[in-house]
Design a binder for this molecule. Sequence first.
Ligand SMILES: NC(=O)c1ccc[n+]([C@@H]2O[C@H](COP(=O)([O-])OP(=O)(O)OC[C@H]3O[C@@H](n4cnc5c(N)ncnc54)[C@H](O)[C@@H]3O)[C@@H](O)[C@H]2O)c1
Ligand SMILES: [Zn+2]
Ligand SMILES: [Zn+2]
Length: 360
Amino acid sequence: MPHSVRAVIARAKGEPVSIETIEVPDPEPGEVLVRIQACGVCHTDLHYREGAINDEFPFLLGHEAAGIVEEIGDGVVNVTPGDFVILNWRAVCGQCRSCQRGRPWNCFETYNATQKMTLEGQPLSPALGIGAFAEKTLVAAGQATKVDPAARPEAAGLIGCGVMAGLGAAMNTAQVGRGDSVAVFGCGGVGNAAIEGSRLAGAHTIIAVDVDSRKLKLASEFGATHTIDSSQEDPVEAIRAITGGNGVDVAIEAVGLPSTYEQAFYSRDLAGTVVLVGVPSPEAKIELPMIEVFGRGGTLKSSWYGDCLPSRDFPMLIDLYLQGRLDLDRFVSETISLDQVEAAFEKMERGEVLRSVVVL
Ligand SMILES: NC(=O)c1ccc[n+]([C@@H]2O[C@H](COP(=O)([O-])OP(=O)(O)OC[C@H]3O[C@@H](n4cnc5c(N)ncnc54)[C@H](O)[C@@H]3O)[C@@H](O)[C@H]2O)c1
Ligand SMILES: [Zn+2]
Ligand SMILES: [Zn+2]
């Protein structure tokens, strides 16, 4: 029997989201039905509703979620009904050329549920293959990662997207290690998670750069050792001054603008690493002197989803959270209901929140 549940739908480009009753099928082989307990509001949800990702309306939004497995389809072995899970958008296939080479975090053929959830008979496009602003959702089994149920759902769910992207940019992509100096450009949810990841990985100097003093205050709370308001001073010079004239070992860009990418590029030490996490608009271009790319050496990388492997990283991060070594609660600016998602988008655009989290 399909399940009729309330959900947040984006029906058309740029239009406010609405609450609708959708149909969620029972799981078939390889699928899992999850009762959602909490789901964070991520910038990507807003990108979907603005039509910036693709035109496959209507979208079922929400993808940063934790909940309880309610039913499993045949052949599912990684979870069982009653398990507390975080949903992920990297259910690796094990078969593609990247998985075959032992790099599943780059999997090119990730799984989603095969069956469609529907609105008035019309198939829905779930955000990032998840769709968790809903009382229940249907995902591929590999998209549900079991973690310690002692974690609060509203904090745990954040590991499912933005916080993982930031933590992983530092810990996995940049491979920050003990004794490294790091600068993070943009201190929203993702940038502040990169600051926490750098602290956990042993960085001794962590420099937060933002144009909003509210975000810099949060960055200090997350572990930044220095803050730079780049609307007031040149961050490249300020970073050089803090690092004895050298620049940082790792510069993480978490805004997605050419100007901040250039700042990151020029603020690193010789042989340093730049990691781009911010998602640029399709028109954005950067122009760099090629001799600087060559002469400075080092590494220029991009990071998708923090190069995470959910089955490896989510349980570990939840354990760190439960031990008090990873602060997830500070990312939860407010808890809201399903019908406050549109208002949460506005707060996000005004820079008032790190994360609004829907609690069901
Ligand atoms: N690579 C990934 O897998 C991944 C995953 C999730 C999000 N993202 C992207 O990461 C970026 C950040 O996401 P978020 O949720 O933290 O967004 P956010 O809007 O909460 O934070 C962005 C921050 O950048 C600051 N900022 C804006 N312009 C700036 C400038 N010129 N200089 C310095 N700081 C500036 C803002 O004040 C804000 O604090 C977005 O582009 C998002 O799409 C990437
Ligand atoms: Zn694969
Ligand atoms: Zn997201």
